[in-house]
Design a protein around this ligand. Structure first.
Ligand code: SAH
Length: 388
């Protein structure tokens, strides 16, 4: 325990919060634990490389959320106790960006002087409900999203001036209105209060736009590691047609496009596709095109149309992929499939399909994207072993 405290593992609310399930282990033990779990699940498909961990596994989260409420001591801010709506008050967290945590504390203090009320989820009255902070790790740009129960923001200008005065590092502030009875943090309407409403980050020489709602990996340092492995596993020479499925805002595909002939991306979320197209322009990635749609359907259509792909990238959500997707992926007959997974169980299931249908898992690389939690990210290179 003394060693844990020395490492910074001595979080006082870890049981209540529940976010960091592996808090009671040293970081080395966490990595050993994840490695053996990955070997247990994936070892039958091939050699599992040693998990890549973080040099400094603290304050890595560049997306930080706090809920606001009131208790006997006054206004509180913090995280929800796991699977509940009870707030665990915290001022700082060992996995969250320190700048973000400091801004949240400042906002809470300013609320008292501005007589700003926290939103009450029972009476549905009050004003400030959540604060979401996103930071571009490599650019240092910071976005503050104030989620409010009502649109009218009394003393808005002076509140913003006071906040930016105390934290000149803030790049943009957005108000998001969410007066609904919901567990979703963000509502429909966003109003830009300061700056231009977006920030940017840079990964592997490409620049990506982050808006309040867009998906962007929460640990940019390890995203760099993950994406460079993914691109390495694609084995690109400049002649390849690459299909980036479950592409989100196009990050992996746009990075790959610098070394490929062309990249076709598909993603279900229309807003993410909009961001992907914007990101493509921003990076002069003219050899990319992005489509909104279900990845499985898209792959079925590509296979039906007799199209070919040299490389298929897949980065599905936790549920993994489905049979229709995998059947069509195999029909497209790519030399390589690069599977990025955030859930080793569904990854193991899907590797079972691919390895029965002409592919071999040549490289399996776990990456510790989420230190102190039990989540495990992995990138796998599948190579075609049979000519069809
Ligand atoms: N590759 C991206 C995003 C990965 S997250 C990155 O690294 O940033 C997984 C993505 O899959 C999400 O953006 C989600 O919207 C998308 N998705 C979920 N189900 C899908 C489906 N059936 N077809 C296409 N995309 C889907």
């Amino acid at each position: 325990m003394a060693k844990n405290a020395a490492m910074g593992n001595g979080c006082t609310v870890y049981k209540k919060c529940g976010g960091c399930q592996l808090q009671n282990m040293t970081y080395e033990d966490q990595l050993r634990y994840k490695q053996s779990k990955m070997i247990g699940l994936l070892g039958k498909f091939g050699h599992v490389n040693n998990i890549i961990g973080m040099e400094n596994p603290l304050h890595y989260r560049c997306k930080v959320q706090a809920a606001f409420s009131r208790d006997r001591s006054g206004i509180i801010s913090g995280v929800y106790q796991s699977s509940s709506h009870r707030i665990v008050p915290i001022d700082s967290c060992m996995i969250e960006d320190e700048n973000a945590d400091a801004i949240i504390v400042t906002i809470r203090k300013l609320m008292t002087s501005f007589k700003m009320k926290p939103f009450d989820e029972v009476s549905m009255k009050g004003f400030l409900r959540h604060v979401l902070i996103r930071k571009g790790y490599y650019t240092g740009q910071i976005m503050v999203v104030m989620v409010t129960g009502t649109e009218e923001f009394p003393n808005c200008r002076s509140f913003i001036n006071a906040l930016v005065g105390r934290h000149p590092e803030i790049t943009t502030i957005v108000q998001n209105v969410n007066g609904k009875f919901t567990s979703l943090v963000l509502g429909e309407k966003s109003i830009v209060l300061y700056g231009d409403g977006n920030i940017e980050d840079e990964i592997l020489d490409c620049t990506f736009r982050i808006s309040p709602k867009s998906f962007y990996q929460v640990n940019p340092q390890m995203t760099t590691v993950l994406y460079s492995k993914a691109v390495e596993y694609m084995g690109l020479t400049g002649k390849e047609t690459v299909v980036d499925t479950y592409c989100g805002t196009g990050t992996i595909g746009i990075i790959a496009s610098k070394k490929a002939k062309n990249v076709i991306g598909v993603e279900l979320n229309a807003d993410a596709v909009k961001d992907a197209k914007w990101n493509a322009k921003r990076n002069n990635a003219e050899n990319t095109s992005f489509y909104t749609g279900d990845a499985s359907e898209f792959m079925v259509d590509m296979a039906r149309a007799g199209m070919r792909a040299d490389v298929v990238i897949m980065d599905p959500p936790r549920a993994g992929s489905d049979l229709r997707f995998m059947r069509s992926a195999v029909k497209l007959n790519p030399n390589k499939i690069v599977y990025v997974s955030c859930n080793p169980e569904t990854l193991a299931r899907d590797l079972g399909y691919f390895t029965k249908h002409g592919y071999r898992a040549k490289r399996i690389q776990p990456v510790d994207m989420f230190p102190h939690t039990n989540h495990c990210e992995c990138v796998v290179q599948l190579v075609r072993v049979k000519e069809r």
